[in-house]
Every structure is written in structure tokens, then in C-alpha cells.
Design a binder for this molecule. Structure first.
Ligand SMILES: [Zn+2]
Ligand SMILES: [Zn+2]
Length: 256
């Protein structure tokens, strides 16, 4: 499989995943022009995207979906609760919409395993994608990672995990008290320390490649996030390759 984070953060999220036969996006929270140009940067044709998988209904994850799905006529997979919440929006692309619940399902040569996250949206999921013995998992926008989600992610060859904020930077940073409380809550976002604990657990279960996602531009830096996670891995006695996804630049293509 090939994986590339096209954008990650509160200004827009989208990740490209390809099996060679199947090309998908996980979330599409960028305008059409930006998604197209980022796909061209990795030499992928937007018209070859078969489907978009939605994690939740926040704007930074869905703002570009209607325009993209209309132009390229791709399928849009989403949980039934998200569909109900945003039915006015998805009515525009009703023939493209595919609803899923919490059971695993198949899409072409991909097995898709959604798992529930805890976030202040109507519903939020992470995904594990399986193909040809390889597994990629993605979990962002969750205040805590439920045990079931951790179990669902075990054995991933690549895990993309939210490391939204450094706790001290959030406390002393520019956000108002209400927003700080929301981000730090169990329905908010994972901190670097949270991500580090999860990554150590996943490393214990065999994962060695990690991408830190949804870093806050105000309350985090790549340097601090990487330092926190790498330190935790070293202290626990595990080796791992940890990289950061960025808001405005694509990552390298991860080949699995
Ligand atoms: Zn988000
Ligand atoms: Zn969100």
C-alpha cells in the first residue's frame, strides 16, 4: 500500500491511500483546487480516486467532499449518524453516498474496519485498512483513545495518530478558556503525551512506523511532538520511525 498525508490539522485534513488497484482519500477537508494540486504533487490523478472515507462531520474533514465527489463521481463512505446529521449536504451527492455502521466491510481489494472514537462531533471513527497482508490505521480527533480502538489498531504496519497539542503550550497559549477546556477534554484532541502512550502500546504490539497527525499550529511544534514520542519509545525500550504530518505540506509517500 501507498499512504501520503496531503494535509493534517484544524485547517483541513486529507490522507491518500492506494493499494495499486484502489485509490481512496480519508477525509476531504480542503478546497477542490488544493486537493487536486496535492494529488498531482504525488503524481496521482484525481479522477482515479475511487472513494472518500469520512471520519466525522467537522468542517476540517468534509468541506471539500461535495465538490470533489461531484466533479470526479467517486463514492463517499460515511457512518449513518454523520449522514443523518448532514443529510442536507449529502443530498447533493446522494447517489455517491455509501453508509456504514461499525462492522467491517469490503471495498474492492480493501477490507475496511471502522472503530469508534470519542470526539465532540455527532459521531467520529478511525479506520484500519487491510490489503495483501498489510494494515494501515488512522485515528485523529479523539479526546481519549478507547481500548477497543487501540485493539483495532494493533498489528498495523503504519499507524497515523493524532498528537494535537503540548499540554503546557495549550495551557499558556493564545486560546480562550472555553476552547482550551474543549481541546483538553475527553471529547477533544489527543496531546503529545497521549499519543506517546498509545504509540508505546502499539510498538509493544509490533508497529514500528508512526505518523503524528493534526498538530496544532498554535499549541504544538513538530520538534516537541517528536521529542515527546521518541523519548517515550526509547524509555520503553522500543524502536520506531516517527514522522509528522503537516498542515500545508504533504508527507513523503509511505510504501508498505
Ligand atoms: Zn479535525
Ligand atoms: Zn474534529
Amino acid at each position: 500500500m501507498e499512504v501520503c498525508c496531503l494535509a493534517s490539522g484544524s485547517h483541513g485534513n486529507s490522507t491518500f491511500l492506494s493499494t495499486g488497484l484502489t485509490n481512496i482519500l480519508i477525509d476531504c477537508g480542503l478546497c477542490l483546487k488544493d486537493i487536486e494540486s496535492k494529488l498531482y504533487m504525488i503524481k496521482k490523478e484525481p479522477k482515479n480516486i475511487n472513494a472518500i472515507f469520512i471520519t466525522h462531520e467537522h468542517k476540517d474533514h468534509i468541506s471539500g467532499i461535495v465538490a470533489f465527489a461531484k466533479k470526479y463521481n467517486c463514492l463517499v463512505f460515511l457512518h449513518d449518524k454523520i449522514f443523518s446529521e448532514c443529510s442536507f449536504m449529502f443530498a447533493q451527492i446522494l447517489s455517491n453516498v455509501k453508509i456504514f455502521g461499525t462492522n467491517d466491510f469490503y471495498f474492492q481489494d480493501l477490507t475496511v474496519s471502522p472503530f469508534e472514537l470519542i470526539h465532540d462531533s455527532v459521531f467520529c471513527v478511525g479506520f484500519s485498512f487491510y490489503c495483501q497482508g498489510k494494515k494501515v490505521s488512522i485515528a485523529t480527533d479523539t479526546g481519549i483513545l478507547p481500548k477497543q480502538a487501540l485493539m483495532a489498531m494493533q498489528g498495523s504496519d503504519l499507524a497515523l495518530i493524532e498528537a494535537n497539542h503540548d499540554v503546557k503550550m495549550l495551557i499558556y497559549g493564545p486560546y480562550n478558556a472555553r476552547l482550551k477546556k474543549r481541546i483538553a477534554s475527553d471529547e477533544g484532541h489527543l496531546s503529545n503525551e497521549d499519543a506517546a502512550k498509545i504509540i508505546v502500546e502499539l510498538a509493544r504490539m509490533g508497529t514500528r512506523k508512526f505518523v503524528l497527525c493534526h498538530l496544532s499550529l498554535e499549541n504544538n511544534t513538530e520538534k516537541i511532538a517528536l521529542f515527546t514520542v521518541n523519548n517515550a519509545l526509547i524509555e520503553a525500550g522500543y524502536e520506531g520511525i516517527v514522522e509528522c504530518a503537516q498542515q500545508y505540506n504533504i508527507t513523503k509517500i509511505f510504501n508498505l
